[in-house]
Design a protein around this ligand. Structure first.
Ligand SMILES: [Zn+2]
Length: 62
């Protein structure tokens, strides 16, 4: 691995599309060579879609 793994906050910002283009390019270059980060990203995407929308959940309770 040539590049160190980005901070968790960077990964989170990447998932939320909150990264400047420059960092997105760096992230994607890193993801190409880092299986670990690809796994973190794909797991984050999965768990995000698995979590029910809290507003909908609250409505169904009342
Ligand atoms: Zn990495």
């Amino acid at each position: 691995m040539r590049n160190p793994c980005p901070e968790t906050e960077i990964l989170a910002a990447y998932l939320e599309n909150n990264l400047p283009l420059e960092l997105i390019e760096q992230m994607e270059a890193h993801l190409l060579e880092c299986r670990l980060c690809r796994r973190v990203i794909s797991q984050a995407i999965k768990s995000e879609s698995a979590v029910p929308d809290p507003i909908i959940h609250r409505k169904s309770l009342s």
